[in-house]
Design a protein around this ligand. Structure first.
Ligand SMILES: *Cc1c(COP(=O)(O)O)cnc(C)c1O
Length: 232
């Protein structure tokens, strides 16, 4: 078995165990293979290993990969997105995980209308408040979500956050738990456009905790397709 398949098997085992601990159905959790660090060939191997969701964070590198491999898999744009790159992303990427401002929402909507293909978005929330991170403040979320959900061909599918880098993974648990409570607040509005089924949270170092706290998409790069030896 190749290395990606081996790692995938181990990661899936960890996800199933995390779901058992938290009373969740493992089918609710999907792995986005983050291929931003790796070349075309490795991205192809990830697809060959049975991974369906591919995540990229820079348009310049993502578009050539999409041109070659976009016929396979479901493509996720996970990095900070400049509005002038919305054109390159809409119509190619099914999901954008980094919706963080209304100007970008409008531009993605406009491009998605032009392509006749909706873009599914996760609203990025900066829960930790770190200056280095993009995303809305939690108290800006409700109004932003309501306004964005009205834009044509833009579907608000959920929320995304990035936890701080720490040595103690337990420090990130309250961050993920907070994103879950924000999802519940949005769902309580009862707006059919804001049923927000998805929580995109958890990366290589903290995905197990994210799954315990309700992640539906974990975004895994180094632990899954990285070139460095890893413990899953
Ligand atoms: C790079 C990246 C990841 C994956 O990072 P790993 O720690 O290698 O798993 C996940 N999410 C975003 C937004 C990223 O930019």
């Amino acid at each position: 078995m190749d290395l990606i398949s081996q790692r995938l098997q181990q990661i899936k085992g960890n996800i199933v165990a995390a779901c058992q601990r938290s009373g969740r159905n493992p089918k609710e959790v999907q792995i986005v293979a983050v291929t931003k660090y790796v070349d075309m060939e490795t991205t192809r191997r990830a697809l060959d290993a049975g991974l369906v969701h591919i995540g990229e964070s820079r348009a310049q590198e993502a578009v050539p990969k999409w041109k070659e491999l976009g016929g396979r898999g479901v493509w996720h744009f996970i990095g900070h997105l400049q509005s002038n790159k919305a054109k390159a992303v809409a119509g190619r990427f099914t999901y954008v995980h980094s919706l963080d401002r209304y100007s970008l929402a409008k531009e993605l909507s406009r491009r998605s209308v032009a392509n006749g293909q909706a873009t599914k978005c996760m609203i990025q929330v900066n829960i930790s408040g770190e200056k280095s991170k993009h995303g809305l403040k939690p108290d800006e979320l409700l109004e932003f979500a309501r306004e964005s959900a009205e834009l044509p061909q833009l579907e608000i599918e959920g929320l995304m956050t990035m936890a701080p880098v720490t040595d103690d993974p337990e420090e990130v648990r309250p961050i993920f738990r907070h994103l879950k409570t924000l999802q519940q607040e949005l769902q309580r509005l009862g707006d059919p456009k804001l049923s927000v089924p998805h929580l995109s949270m958890g990366m290589s170092r903290d995905y197990i905790i994210a799954v315990e706290e309700g992640a539906t998409f974990v975004r895994l790069g180094s632990v899954l397709v990285g070139t460095q030896p890893q413990k899953a």
